[in-house]
Design a protein around this ligand. Structure first.
Ligand SMILES: NC(=O)c1ccc[n+]([C@@H]2O[C@H](COP(=O)([O-])OP(=O)(O)OC[C@H]3O[C@@H](n4cnc5c(N)ncnc54)[C@H](O)[C@@H]3O)[C@@H](O)[C@H]2O)c1
Length: 246
């Protein structure tokens, strides 16, 4: 028996990288998974998993689509136990030259998108006695870095939002935590970051980048009953990189 047997998870950004790895590992541990993405690649993620997965297209910056995704998880599987807000985009502009429209886009996807996921997950989880929300912040949401200011601000917002949901939704037996990756070699954003600055992948104490599965294993633990008393934490997943920057 897997340690997520009987649980239902909804995962955004599940067509690539860490979201896709989460879908695979949650299914391995027995969960039913609703896999969503804006790209269309969620269909392949679901096909690779088989009967435990259902795919749907969802643009997380559109609240109506996020609400419908949560409702689909409940109608297909009867409940929602775990919400994984993984999907997002990167950016590389200095704040001094950032256009307002680009800032809006970043906040709409990377911050409001996760807010919509958490908000509608709470609505569903209240009906069935609780659940867990796991948000993808970033080491960059905890420590500033030059050139990705809008992204960092959005991820810092995700960190506070995570703690805010922890204190507001704890009374419903809903736990809210965040994963804060350093450099994870995913096929999407991680690969782009690596190609732009390869040395950053090895400056951490372990001397290597992380894998999508590293994040997925952590997320599976956080969503499980083994983590029943963990609420409101921001967990760096960075090989110890943050220790060298703080
Ligand atoms: N890879 C890293 O090194 C790293 C480091 C820190 C934080 N993160 C965060 O981890 C999360 C996953 O990163 P990854 O490297 O797996 O990314 P990825 O690029 O491989 O996958 C991200 C997915 O999000 C989807 N997406 C983008 N905009 C969307 C929208 N509007 N609605 C729905 N889906 C949308 C994309 O289609 C893509 O499939 C992101 O939130 C990212 O900011 C990544």
């Amino acid at each position: 028996m897997g340690f997520l047997e009987g649980k239902v998870a909804a995962i955004t950004g599940a067509g690539s990288g860490m979201g896709k790895a989460c879908a695979r590992i949650f299914a391995r541990e027995g969960a039913m998974v609703l896999v969503s993405d804006i790209s269309g690649a969620q269909e392949q993620t679901a096909a690779d998993i088989g009967a435990q997965a259902v795919a749907t297209r969802c643009d997380i910056s559109d609240e109506a689509q996020v609400s419908a995704m949560i409702d689909l998880a409940v109608s297909k599987f009867g409940r929602l136990d775990a919400m994984l807000n993984v999907g997002g985009i990167g950016s590389g502009a200095l704040l001094e030259s950032l256009e307002a429209a680009d800032f809006d886009k970043m906040l709409n996807i990377n911050l409001k998108g996760m807010f919509f996921g958490a908000k509608h997950a709470v609505r569903a989880m209240k009906e069935t006695g609780g659940g867990t929300i796991t948000n993808w912040s970033s080491l960059a949401g905890l420590i500033p870095s030059v050139g990705s200011g809008a992204y960092n601000i959005a991820k810092a917002g995700v960190a506070m939002m995570t703690r805010q949901f922890a204190v507001e939704a704890g009374k419903y037996n809903i736990r809210s935590n965040a994963v804060c990756p350093g450099m994870i070699l995913t096929e999407g954003m991680g690969r782009a970051g690596y190609e732009a600055q390869p040395k950053r992948a090895t400056v951490n104490p372990l001397g290597r980048p992380g894998a999508a599965e590293d994040a997925a294993e952590l997320a599976a633990f956080l969503a499980s009953d083994r983590a029943a008393y963990i609420n409101g934490v921001l967990i760096p997943l960075d090989g110890g990189w943050g220790c060298m920057l703080a």
